[in-house]
Design a protein around this ligand. Structure first.
Ligand SMILES: [Zn+2]
Length: 88
């Protein structure tokens, strides 16, 4: 997960791989907080080559807020969609 300060990045070369170009897309990020996770749909800039997701400050703020609220146990605004298991 990376932040990017440019709001207009369409067609920009990806800073991670230096190969792909970035295009805006709606993505669903799954954010882990300890053993828990929260999904948040945000606008991102997605690399055509390495698929890295880059977030502008408003999108990053949504992600940070979702992580903070889950960390604080503030789940009243969230929809419970499943449980997380580990096979071992
Ligand atoms: Zn890339």
């Amino acid at each position: 997960m990376h932040t990017m300060n440019h709001l207009q990045v369409d067609g920009l070369i990806c800073p991670r791989c230096g190969v792909g170009t970035l295009s805006p897309a709606r993505v669903v990020e799954t954010l882990r907080v300890g053993a828990d996770a929260v999904e948040v749909a945000v606008d991102a800039n997605v690399c055509s080559y390495c698929s890295e997701h880059w977030f502008d400050p408003p999108a990053q703020a949504l992600i940070d807020d979702a992580i903070r609220r889950l960390r604080d146990g503030d789940v009243s605004h969230l929809t419970h969609i499943g449980e997380l298991y580990r096979a071992s």
